[in-house]
Design a protein around this ligand. Structure first.
Ligand code: AMP
Ligand code: MG
Length: 278
């Protein structure tokens, strides 16, 4: 991976060691060109995924407030077929959701074969916000890392491709983005006192994210940290992760579809021949 930072299984990663302003020497224009190329690749691969119906794609998008979760989703939606793609936001669990295990509401929204689901927040909130704010006892959230790994294994074994992206911004950049929401009246609807309150827990979230990387970055479903202070770099890095995850399946999908095409043609020929001889 050239632009995103892939977290290898079991690695101890400190977020402080990953520069959120990283742009790998790209200018904004160069990044935009690469994004367009990757976007075209994504569009082609997403069409194949949909048509072949062999695999689903789950993109888990996590990040602090203002990290750009909505922004990257908007970008991705520009490339994928709306018929096969769903955006799933995860908010504070409702009463009925709280009456079930924490994965219940998540499992119901995972993509089927041929589908794409973009998770805006995810089951990881159950070891992030829940851990930071002691919403359940430690003995409960401690066990969730294993539950999450087992859950993701099940999805992977059921032909789901999983891409997990953490949009990484700096505390200064977050402040700037929050202040911008106050300055620009068109953005003020996004203002939320809660976002300022959560800033007080910055370090606790950092620790919680680092634990997620250490315990839930697996060989088949690693976490990627996306430097996101520059939105144009965030786009290129996130697109690269998704395209790289889909690409290895492209030839298989294409072959399946061309076999299917041949079969359909033969069926049609036989049908026409049967009409002639009738
Ligand atoms: P937003 O993404 O800004 O719309 O906010 C959604 C809010 O829901 C965030 O503050 C999340 O931390 C919160 N949230 C999401 N999942 C959970 C969860 N499992 N438990 C508690 N809060 C959650
Ligand atoms: Mg928010």
């Amino acid at each position: 991976m050239r632009y995103a930072r892939c977290i290898h299984r079991g690695a101890s990663v400190r977020l402080a060691d990953i520069d959120p302003s990283e742009h790998c020497g790209l200018s904004r224009e160069e990044a935009a060109d690469i994004s367009r190329t990757l976007g075209d690749q994504l569009a082609d691969l997403a069409d194949l995924l949909f048509a072949a119906g062999k695999h689903g794609l789950l993109v888990v998008i996590q990040g602090r407030d203002t990290a750009g979760k909505d922004g990257i989703i908007r970008r991705l939606l520009g490339y994928v077929n709306a018929q096969s793609c769903r955006v799933v936001p995860f908010k504070v669990p409702t009463e009925p959701e709280l009456q079930h295990d924490f994965l219940w509401r998540v499992h119901a929204r995972v993509p089927g074969r041929g589908e794409i689901a973009l998770f805006n927040r995810s089951h990881y909130e159950d070891v992030l916000v829940v851990r930071v704010h002691d919403l359940v006892p430690k003995a409960v959230w401690e066990r969730r890392y294993d539950h999450i790994n087992a859950f993701e294994d099940l999805l992977l074994d059921s032909d789901t491709i999983i891409v997990k992206l953490m949009l990484h911004i700096s505390k200064d950049e977050q402040e700037e983005r929050l202040l911008e929401r106050e300055r620009e009246i068109e953005k003020s609807w996004k203002l939320n006192i809660g976002d300022w309150k959560e800033r007080e827990f910055w370090d606790a979230y950092t620790e919680a994210y680092e634990e997620v990387f250490r315990r839930c970055s697996t060989k088949r479903a690693p976490w990627f940290v996306i430097p996101s202070n520059h939105k144009w770099f965030r786009d290129v890095a996130a697109l690269e992760c998704i395209v790289s995850a889909l690409e290895p399946h492209g030839a298989e999908w294409l072959e399946f579809l061309s076999d299917m095409g041949q079969t359909r043609r033969r069926e049609l020929e036989a049908f026409r021949a049967s009409l002639k001889h009738a």
